[in-house]
Write a protein that binds this ligand. Structure first.
Ligand SMILES: [Zn+2]
Length: 263
């Protein structure tokens, strides 16, 4: 008597490969993000053997269609076909770093829910934008702001989280622990509040309220871009209760690009 029915033994899913590690002699352990089952750890057997047909379809940050067989502990990939390989991400260190940021955030937030369709769509769209946009950093910022919404930490950007007054169009403060704006009266009274300039606030609001196409704006000044990246990184690290690894790598790549070493 088989212990599982034939009908329930295999299933098909679209997935994004978040990361991988070696397992045994020739296998790999993959961390996937799927639309139907959230984050999933599975085994790819034999993919480190020369000539493995599946290997090329299972690179990190690839969108892949999989047939999986239920295993006793981890499910096993039986077929893999890349749907999108995002070649520009692979060809450019900065784009690769930004894609790694997307993967790190999904992995760290550890989304295990059965219904991750919105986040899956956002992640797939973001990889597509990182692959083709001239200014890929804007796509990562949009992802970060929308991710905060989808994981339940939407920051308050319109009212002061302390006095509830509607924010006037001037520079404000931001509280990581209270998850939103502090007005110019309340901000200076909080030790951990950090300044938030009006131009940076406007970009955050656009990303929070609009579609990517509507939110996309001409190139930001380097000062505003740096302020936004710093704030988003700090807020996400605060929520995750640990520092993120990838942003440091992205900063190094940016410095290299700005010098003449790398173009
Ligand atoms: Zn206030």
């Amino acid at each position: 008597m088989p212990r599982v029915t034939e009908r329930g033994r295999v299933y098909r899913t679209d997935a994004i490969v978040l990361r991988r590690s070696d397992l045994g002699e020739a296998d790999r352990l993959l961390t996937l993000f799927t639309a139907q089952r959230g984050k999933l750890r599975v085994v790819a057997k034999g993919v480190r053997r020369p000539g493995s047909k599946k290997a090329g379809h299972l690179e990190p940050f690839t969108l892949v269609n999989l047939l999986l067989a239920r295993g006793r502990e981890l499910d096993i990939i039986t077929q893999a076909e890349a749907v999108r390989t995002f070649p520009q991400i692979r060809a450019d260190l900065l784009r690769l770093g930004l894609a790694a940021s997307v993967a790190e955030l999904i992995d760290r937030f550890g989304i295990q829910e059965s219904d991750s369709l919105d986040l899956f769509q956002l992640a797939a769209d973001t990889l597509d934008r990182l692959d083709r946009e001239a200014e890929p950093e804007a796509a990562l910022r949009y992802f970060q702001v929308r991710l905060l919404d989808l994981v339940g930490f939407r920051p308050e950007l319109f009212r002061c989280v302390s006095c509830s007054n509607e924010a006037r169009p001037v520079d404000q403060f931001f509280s990581l622990s209270e998850g939103g704006l502090l007005c110019p009266s309340c901000g200076p009274q909080r030790e951990q509040a950090r300044p938030l300039s009006l131009p940076a606030l406007k970009v955050l609001r656009h990303n929070q309220r609009n579609s990517y196409e509507q939110a996309a704006r001409p190139k930001l000044s380097p000062t505003v871009a740096q302020e936004l990246d710093g704030l988003l990184e700090s807020y996400l690290s605060y929520l995750l209760e640990r520092e993120l690894n990838v942003p440091r790598f992205v900063r190094q790549v940016r410095r290299l690009k700005e010098s003449s070493v790398y173009s």
